[in-house]
Each structure stands twice: as C-alpha cells, then as structure tokens.
Design a protein around this ligand. Sequence first.
Ligand code: SF4
Ligand code: SF4
Length: 105
Amino acid sequence: MAFLKLAGTVTKRMGMKSACYMYPVVAREFTKTTRGHVELDSADCIYCGLCQRKCPTKAIEVNRQEKNWTIQPLRCIVCSGCVDVCPKKCLRMENTYSSSVTSKF
Ligand code: SF4
Ligand code: SF4
C-alpha cells in the first residue's frame, strides 16, 4: 500500500517543474523584501553608536573618535534592528547577499 502511494507521488512529481535553481548557471532572483545584507551610507553617519548598542549579535563596531563604522557579516543575522534604530537613516537592508567571506572565529 505504501509503495503504491509512493509511486503515485513520484509519478505526480515527474510532471512538475523543479523547485530548485541550477545555481550558478541560473541566478537567484531576489524580491524587494529579501533581507540580504546591511549597507551604510557613511556620508550621513554621525557615529552615535545606537546601531552597535541595538545589534543582538555584536556584529557592528562604531568608533566615534576615529569616525569608523565596521560590521562583521558572519555575525549578522539580518534582523534589521540597526536599520530601524538609526536616527540618520543611513543604514539600509540590501536585498542581495554579500560576497562570500571567511572568518577566524
Ligand atoms: S545608528 Fe546610524 S548614525 Fe548612528 S552610528 Fe549607527 S549608522 Fe551611524
Ligand atoms: S541586521 Fe541585526 S544582526 Fe545584523 S548588524 Fe543589524 S542589528 Fe546586527
């Protein structure tokens, strides 16, 4: 009985379009709401550090004295918390993924 059910499922699926993409031959399409990675427009940043304090994974580091803003992409869980809290609206979620990175941690 189970075999007949399996055979029926397999037969039905054979006529359907695959849900998989043949990446990288076929590029993945991103939607407008895809949370890919965080981008900073540094010209508007006032280095207040709110994004650093809001980040649950401590992915962002802000140095006000040196006017430096950095992010560790491997720590980011793309929650968008930093984007929501930024008073200057200079952070945004890009809907593409960042390039592959390696880390020492
Ligand atoms: S919250 Fe915005 S303005 Fe403040 S340091 Fe972060 S990116 Fe810059
Ligand atoms: S999106 Fe979330 S996890 Fe990523 S840097 Fe911003 S606050 Fe941190």
